[in-house]
Design a protein. Structure first.
Length: 168
């Protein structure tokens, strides 16, 4: 997955609207479905927990289905890209210990994966205004840059491919 620059204001506006829309849809649909099920199948004991739970589950599945169906809509471009980027970075994070050990040994693929992880994290943190640990990230990037120079590895985030992680 290639790293691309995203318009932060557009992303935040679209993300917030999608999030609020999902929350409202889930709440309204859950209430309507639960009420419909309770009306159609009343329980003499007065406990309607199972109908409420079914209403919530069906509503969540419906919202998830609609999001999945419309994920390529132009309005969701940035939101979907960030979601995919987070998934990609999570795959690297799960193998971080092995990658860091291999990078110290001079493994070019590990160094490249770490470089991609740091660059992607910087992009995400800027989008989310998470600047608290940017200094820590800069230190890690400097260490990685020194390591890459020491092992004659050229750092280019566009060279990263998820297939590199299979060896770790």
């Amino acid at each position: 997955m290639k790293l691309i620059e995203i318009d932060k204001t557009r992303y935040r506006k679209h993300f917030n609207r999608v999030l609020i829309g999902c929350a409202l849809s889930l709440a309204i649909c859950s209430l309507l479905l639960s009420r419909l099920l309770i009306t159609l199948f009343p329980d003499p004991s007065g406990s309607h927990f199972h109908w409420n739970a079914i209403g919530v589950l069906v509503s969540a599945a419906l919202v998830g289905f609609l999001l999945n169906k419309n994920r390529h809509h132009p309005y969701l471009t940035e939101v979907y890209y960030v979601w995919l980027l987070k998934q990609s970075l999570n795959k690297i994070t799960r193998k971080m210990r092995k990658l860091e050990a291999a990078a110290k040994q001079g493994n070019a693929d590990a160094i490249l994966a770490l470089h991609y992880s740091y660059s992607g994290s910087r992009l995400l943190w800027k989008l989310d205004d998470n600047t608290i640990i940017m200094d820590e990230l800069a230190v890690k990037e400097a260490e990685l840059s020194n390591l890459a120079e020491q092992h004659n590895v050229i750092l280019n985030v566009n060279d990263y491919n998820e297939q590199l992680l299979k060896q770790f």
